[in-house]
Design a protein around this ligand. Structure first.
Ligand SMILES: *Cc1c(COP(=O)(O)O)cnc(C)c1O
Length: 465
């Protein structure tokens, strides 16, 4: 305990009570909700107390300073989340920015499913209980030409359910070159062990041969797993066993071959220059028994995990696994996925899915947009020296790591440096996300919907005011 004299000189004692800071917020920032004002005030006071702790000689902040800090925090707290941002990073599938934007019609399907009752699990013809995913499973079967499929919460769930169903308590064989981490919390070795499966690593980081797999097969082997490297590429002295070779080995030894493709499409985009490997049905044709991929990467739909199975019994076993219930798709994502798959069946995917619109937009069109945008920015922000510049980008979101995407950007040369300007743009209304290269701030048009260019100008004008 402090002695009386020390307590008196403690500047923390001069901090106002929470209620006084809240009152200051209520009069100065009347639009803030009370709950956010309270929490903002509490946080601002806690921070001030911390700064004054340890016998600091600093003076306690004045009420208006505290209110300012509290308002900032309260404003952050009460902003709807997730909120719209403008993506000028050039990365079309950006995990931190929510990956695939939905088509407006897919979003409308979500709104319809959200606002009223639906026949989610009711068969209207018989009046009996129906299956929530039957409609998307039919569409997946038709698109992929497979006997059965599942739609789950995300691809991590798809991989988990596959492993838990087909290999629980046994071993799976994976190349050391494919023990990847995909942004944040998806790590192949960890998902394998969480599914109750023992990982048998084969080969080396850069080279794995068929003989490595052959030698590792034992009485406890349940399946062979191939994982798409998704977010990086191996170059140089490398060797990898192809899907066909692994399928041959699997057939010979009676082991299913599972592929975690990560990002996949259900329409063949190779005529548009995308590598054939992302076309999920082609992976089954090459011999995979089960292929898993995300709904919100190249497929261009909502967060979901798609499982395509070459054999019905695999899908049936997965559906019967009690953990499937914990991994199921919610009705809002289901509505968006159903719309997205119908668009693919109708032949409208390339035209209507925002992800494909962005990825397939011709370079010449990006150049025209960049030149026009640079001109418009010059008219109100000549000091930023805007110029249209060509660059290269990537699809992102664990898709096409080897696929270099030509792009065009508006380069800005902010007087105070690109990093500081990027920070201000992140706080703009609407927030604008850009890319930095050689102290230039690049506003990349590859990932920016043309409709968002107006908002981009607004954000720029806002930070320059
Ligand atoms: C993205 C990715 C995942 C994780 O998918 P989510 O849909 O985010 O759960 C898993 N494996 C691979 C290879 C991926 O690229």
């Amino acid at each position: 305990m402090n002695s009386g004299r020390e307590v008196k000189s403690d500047p923390r004692r001069r901090l106002p009570a929470v209620d006084r800071v809240v009152s200051a917020l209520e009069s100065g920032w009347p639009d803030l909700p009370l709950w956010a004002a309270r929490e903002g005030a509490r946080a601002a006071l806690a921070e001030a107390r911390e700064r004054l702790a340890g016998g600091s000689q600093a003076a306690a902040p004045a009420l208006d300073q505290l209110a300012e800090a509290a308002a900032l925090r309260a404003g952050e707290l009460s902003r709807p989340h997730p909120g719209r941002v403008l993506n000028a990073t050039g990365i079309v599938l950006h995990t931190n920015l929510g990956r695939a934007p939905l088509a407006p019609e897919a979003a409308a399907a979500v709104a319809r499913a959200a606002c009223g009752y639906t026949d989610l699990e009711l068969d209207l013809a018989s009046g009996q209980r129906g299956s929530r995913t039957a409609a998307v499973v039919v569409k997946l079967r038709l698109l992929a030409g497979v006997p059965d499929a599942l739609a789950l919460n995300n691809n991590a769930a798809a991989v988990f359910l596959t492993l838990s169903t087909l290999a629980r308590g046994r071993e799976v064989i994976v190349s050391r070159g494919e023990l990847v981490e995909i942004g944040g919390s998806f790590r192949v070795p960890e998902i394998i062990s969480a599914a109750g499966v023992r990982l048998v690593e084969v080969g080396t980081t850069n080279r794995t041969h068929l003989a490595d797999y052959e030698r590792a097969i034992g009485p406890d082997t349940a399946l062979l797993l191939k994982v798409h490297r998704s977010n990086f590429a191996l170059r140089g002295f490398v060797a990898e066993v192809t899907l066909q070779e692994l399928a041959g080995l699997g057939r010979e030894r009676g082991l299913p071959l599972v592929e975690d493709l990560g990002s996949g499409t259900l329409i063949d985009l190779s005529s548009h220059g995308l590598p054939e490997e992302v076309f999920a049905p082609s992976r089954l044709r090459r011999g995979a028994d089960v292929v898993c991929f995300s709904g919100d990467k190249l497929l261009g739909g909502p967060q979901a995990g798609i499982v395509l199975t070459a054999r019905r019994e695999h899908a049936i076993a997965m559906r019967e696994n009690p953990i499937a219930r914990a991994l199921r798709l919610d009705k809002l994502a289901l509505a968006a996925l159903d719309w997205t798959l119908a668009a693919a069946l109708d032949g409208r995917a390339v035209r209507d899915l925002p992800v494909l619109q962005r990825l397939l937009e011709p370079q010449e069109q990006l150049e025209r947009r960049a030149r026009a945008l640079a001109e418009r920015i010059r008219s109100f922000a000549g000091e930023l020296d805007p110029a249209a510049v060509p660059d290269t980008g990537y699809a992102g979101g664990g898709a096409l790591p080897d696929f270099v995407l030509p792009t065009f950007a508006v380069a800005l040369r902010p007087p105070g440096g690109a990093t500081r300007f990027a920070e201000r743009l992140r706080r703009a209304r609407p927030p604008l996300l850009a890319r930095i290269r050689d102290d230039l701030l690049l506003l990349d048009l590859r990932s920016l919907d043309p409709e968002d260019e107006k908002g981009l100008e607004e954000a720029l004008r806002g930070v320059l005011r």
